[in-house]
Design a protein around this ligand. Structure first.
Ligand code: HEM
Length: 440
């Protein structure tokens, strides 16, 4: 079974951050997508937050051409009746981070932006919150008719056996409310706008419910009369000058969104949702949130890396937690015999630990040392950010774990024992480069 992104269904968080990204001009989209995928790894998604990651249709096509779910496409502008409508503001990727406190969500959001900064820029960002008992700012409970958690995957996920199975189509729209105008209506009239009572969200009977009521507009069925559901996770946002709803919903097929919007804006039967008199969308984008399995994050992969790390003396004293954290930061690299991994005098961008095979370090052409499994190199240039002190070449086919420079500093900061072992190695290597001290 493919694991969906659990954050889609996670409940109970009150702080939310939504970020849309655009791939930087000139950056290869597939390459960018692969890096953005790393956001699901614990470096960003751990620390008490849920993270949902989704890709715009173009980016997903480049990343996984064999896993294109039916109907995948960008958000199309809706031009509705009475001058109302919904603009298209499609971007390349979408990240939703939610947690129990605003500070943690902010920290992890910054970490996410930093992690992809080389390939993507922030196009939009929106901080949101849970208002009272999950009420929209218009005062009505939002989510009453959402499918319950056990049924939500049926509404939200592409069914098994189809391309993109276990993934979810995401509709993201920022709506701005005219609260002052809505508040001129008596409560009984506000209730007719939604088709539910305001205090306790009781649905009007079919006779009482106006055809233009919001819930009458968004109820759609398949050809057998079965209701087609979506799974909504919208939350309000607020500033005194501008406030409204950040509408976020997940669906097994994007046509459900399209049909609901057509009905809301009067394009299906000439009836327009009265809610659109009091709120207007200023953004609209569709994304695809792939299952974890397609993000390459099978638990086994992380587990395999942990096993490799456990066998290396440098990491021998790490706790299980430290190993998981380091495993999420390393990359496995393979090289044929004769490959140059670092060049003397060039800047360094990685710390390497040999897993299999042998390599030689040379300085000014002379062999400094021969290295095998468990040996490591590359730390000096990462510590002082200076040039490499030696050239390292593989003497046999080589498999290494590579840690980038900022991750290397994180690992050192996290585990004093590893820091001491590396300090010890650096000292010995530096002594080896100095002329012998005359003790006579
Ligand atoms: C300003 C924007 C919106 C607001 C304030 C809003 C608010 C609400 C509220 C208060 C309810 C009733 C309680 C509930 O069942 O959750 C509701 C229901 C619903 N809304 Fe919205 N909504 C908005 C936009 C949308 C959009 C854009 C869609 C779809 C594209 C949508 C789809 C639905 C659906 C499917 C239901 C459940 C209907 C039912 O089966 O009873 N909503 N919404």
């Amino acid at each position: 079974m493919r694991l969906p992104q659990f954050g889609i269904f996670a409940q109970g968080t009150v702080a939310h951050e939504f970020i849309e990204f655009d791939v930087r001009a000139g950056v290869d989209k597939a390459e960018a997508g692969r890096l953005i995928t790393q956001l699901e790894q614990p470096a960003v998604s751990a620390g008490g937050v849920n993270l949902v990651l989704a890709f715009g249709p173009d980016l997903w096509r480049r990343l996984a051409p064999d896993e294109l779910p039916a109907g995948l496409g960008p958000f199309r502008e809706v031009i509705g009746l009475g001058g109302k409508g919904a603009p298209s503001t499609q971007h390349d990727a979408f990240v939703w981070i939610s947690g129990s406190t605003r500070d943690i969500v902010f920290e992890q959001s910054r970490a996410a932006v930093k992690a992809v900064a080389d390939v993507a820029v922030v196009a939009t960002e929106q901080a949101c919150f849970v208002h009272r008992d999950s009420r929209d700012l218009l005062g009505f409970i939002d989510g009453t008719k959402n499918p319950p958690v056990l049924e939500a995957p049926l509404a939200a996920l592409v069914p098994a056996g189809e391309p993109g199975a276990g993934g979810s189509h995401v509709l993201v729209m920022r709506w701005i409310h005219d609260l002052a105008l809505f508040e001129t209506l008596p409560v009984s009239e506000q209730e007719r706008v939604f088709g539910r009572t305001k205090s306790d969200s009781v649905e009007f009977s079919d006779e009482e419910k106006p055809a233009t009521a919001h819930i009458a507009r968004v109820e759609i069925e398949d050809e057998h009369g079965e209701e087609l559901q979506i799974y909504r996770r919208s939350v309000p946002y607020m500033r005194l000058a501008e406030h409204g709803l950040y509408f976020v919903a997940f669906a097994a097929e994007p046509i459900r969104f399209e049909r609901m919007l057509q009905r809301m804006f009067g394009l299906a039967d000439g009836q327009r949702d009265r809610l659109t008199d009091f709120s207007r969308p200023v953004s609209g984008a569709l994304y695809f949130a792939p299952p974890l399995t397609l993000l390459g994050l099978k638990e086994e992969t992380l587990h395999e890396r942990e096993e490799v790390l456990r066998g290396i003396p440098l990491f021998a004293t790490c706790s299980a937690h430290d190993l998981t954290s380091i495993a999420s930061r390393v990359q496995t690299r393979e090289y044929p015999a004769g490959a140059t991994l670092c060049t003397q005098g060039q800047p360094g961008d990685g710390f390497f630990v040999i897993v299999d095979g042998r390599a030689e370090a040379r300085r000014d052409g002379s062999v400094l040392r021969s290295m095998g499994p468990g040996d490591f190199f590359g730390e000096i240039a990462l510590i002082d950010e200076g040039p490499r002190t030696a050239t390292v070449t593989s003497s046999t086919p080589l498999r290494c774990l590579m840690i980038g420079s900022s991750e290397f500093r994180d690992v050192l900061g996290q585990n004093a024992d590893i820091a001491v072992r590396i300090l010890d190695a650096v000292t010995r290597r530096l002594r080896g480069m100095l002329p012998p001290i005359d003790q006579g």
